[in-house]
Design a protein around this ligand. Structure first.
Ligand code: MSP
Length: 490
């Protein structure tokens, strides 16, 4: 059984989970479920990034200790993933002993290699971003993302010798040994390497809320110096069985905001530590909400819990993943969630299933005909094969929005087929018989495919549909029995 190790970013424990976090995590869950369907031994991770100045600041603002503060948020994230049906196999917290053990073992390799040196850093630090900015990044003297003036920080730091590894990272990317998708993001990475990235601090002097830097008691490890290591510490690096079994990662899923850290810093750190590189990094675009950047100040932060309350967990999964193609930046049409739900789920898949099942029960001749010896209309057969190939190729290329579109289009073809064949007329004019049976069997074959294709996206609903499907075939349902998968919302 081939193994498939898939990771999601560990999110900052600085605020409640929002649409963006749910987007990446659900994206990963769908891929994980798809790989499982195909027989892979999948390991999917989630987790929290719990150290750093920003988190300490937030905790203080609400009168909590940093640990208390992050404990509460970790619970919130875990609960959300559970509610959304995310099948993560572990949940790594950077305040855990397991993580610290992995980080120390990892760092020791870099230290022994002579790739860490002491230096002085002076720069503009944005606590909101947890990174140094350049004058060029600022708009009117403030960080455009956090609308705050970065602090001028001058401190002694330990640096990682990134420069030494840049040509090697480039080589791995160019040779395809390290795959970055999509192409546009790969080019971005290559152009950052081309223009020369600086060595980065791996420790901080004035940040108390962090893992102590083992080689200098006045320092803590910089959040980005330890966060990436969570991808191996979660597997009990350096000597855990899981590490031996699952590393290297088959896929890191991230947003474009953290591209540089994953496609340049991380591979360089791994090479320094003499660990294998991840095979593939998929970098998705970022979204705006109704055309604006999602922000608390604008009041347009979409809480996934609201979606679950309104539509149920599976439909929330669908809505979150069907908003925009991950290949580009996109926009979330928060004003149109109801419209989307009614169009694609209630009137789309839900209505199609209901129509097909009730016609099958009403018009199909013979009892207990099993689906093995059925006649399928050649045109439907062709549509099935076409959709199947497109769906699989999109899923294999981590393009799940595109895969969903294929399924939706296929459902529309089936709707059209029903209208063209009008089984009710066939029944009226010719009664039950081979011709009508073929139409109904073709429709059932199509619906069976849709259920299967949508299973990684809406697991609970599709299991329910599959159960109903089997009962319909066995004629254990009545024509007036309703599946009621996606009741319309008003
Ligand atoms: N803690 C770091 C990640 C360390 S990984 C070793 C971090 N955390 S974060 O909480 O800021 O999460 C960033 C990630 O959240 C993005 O890369 C993306 O996966 C998701 N998103 C947050 N906002 C988003 C959008 N507006 N659009 C799409 N995804 C977004 O960075």
């Amino acid at each position: 059984m081939p193994k498939f190790y898939l990771t999601t970013p560990i999110y900052y424990a600085s605020g409640a989970p929002h649409f963006g976090h749910a987007f990446t995590t659900l994206y990963a869950d769908v891929i994980a479920r798809y790989k499982k369907q195909r027989g892979d031994d999948v390991f999917l991770t989630a987790g929290m990034d719990e150290h750093g100045a920003k988190i300490a600041e937030k905790a203080k603002a609400v009168g909590k200790s940093p640990q208390e503060f992050v404990d509460g948020l970790a619970e919130e994230y875990k609960t959300l993933w559970k509610k959304l049906g995310v099948q993560n196999d572990d949940f790594i917290r950077t305040t855990s002993e397991k993580h610290k053990k992995g980080v120390y073992a990892f760092l020791e390799r870099l230290w022994q290699k002579g790739d860490i040196y002491k230096g002085e850093y002076a720069g503009l630090y944005c606590v909101g971003c947890e990174k140094f900015l350049t004058e060029k990044d600022l708009v009117d003297g403030v960080c455009p993302d956090h609308l705050r003036k970065p602090e001028l920080v001058k401190e002694e730091n330990y640096f990682f010798n990134l420069k030494k590894y840049l040509p090697l990272v480039k080589e791995k990317i160019v040779s395809g040994e390290l795959e970055i998708f999509p192409e546009s993001r790969r080019n971005e990475t290559l152009s950052i390497i081309e223009s020369g990235a600086d060595d980065f601090s791996i420790s901080r002097e004035k940040v108390e809320w962090g893992i102590p830097f083992p080689y200098d008691s006045k320092q803590t490890i910089y959040v980005w110096g330890e966060a990436l290591t969570s991808y191996v510490s979660v597997l009990d690096f350096p000597d855990g069985e899981k590490y031996k079994k699952y590393w290297p990662a088959d896929l890191h899923l991230i947003g474009v905001d953290i591209n540089k850290f994953h496609t340049i810093f991380w591979p360089a750190m791994l090479m320094s530590a003499e660990l294998l590189l991840p095979k593939k990094i998929f970098v998705h675009g970022l979204f705006t909400v109704n055309g604006q950047k999602m922000s608390k100040t604008l009041g347009n932060v979409v809480d996934p819990n609201d979606l679950i309350n309104r539509f149920g967990a599976d439909a929330a999964r669908y809505i979150i993943l069907s908003q925009f193609s991950a290949l580009e930046h996109g926009d979330v049409k928060a004003d149109e969630f109801d419209i989307k739900y009614n169009a694609d789920l209630a009137n789309g898949f839900g209505n199609l299933f209901e129509r097909v099942f009730s016609m099958y029960l009403k018009y199909r001749s013979g009892d207990n005909k099993n689906m093995e010896n059925k006649n399928i209309d050649a045109e439907v057969e062709r549509l099935i094969n076409e959709a199947k190939n497109n769906y699989q190729s999109h899923m294999d290329n981590i393009q799940i929005f595109e895969a969903l579109r294929v399924v939706l289009l296929f459902a529309k073809h089936l709707d059209k087929y029903i209208n063209e064949k009008s089984p009710w007329d066939l029944y009226k004019t010719k009664g039950q018989g081979a011709e009508l049976d073929e139409v109904l069997d073709s429709l059932m074959a199509g619906v069976e495919k849709i259920i299967n294709w949508l299973l990684p996206f809406m697991p609970e609903k599709m299991e329910k549909a599959d159960d109903f499907f089997k009962k319909v075939i066995a004629k254990q349902q009545q024509p007036e029995d309703k599946l009621g998968l996606f009741p319309r919302v008003i």
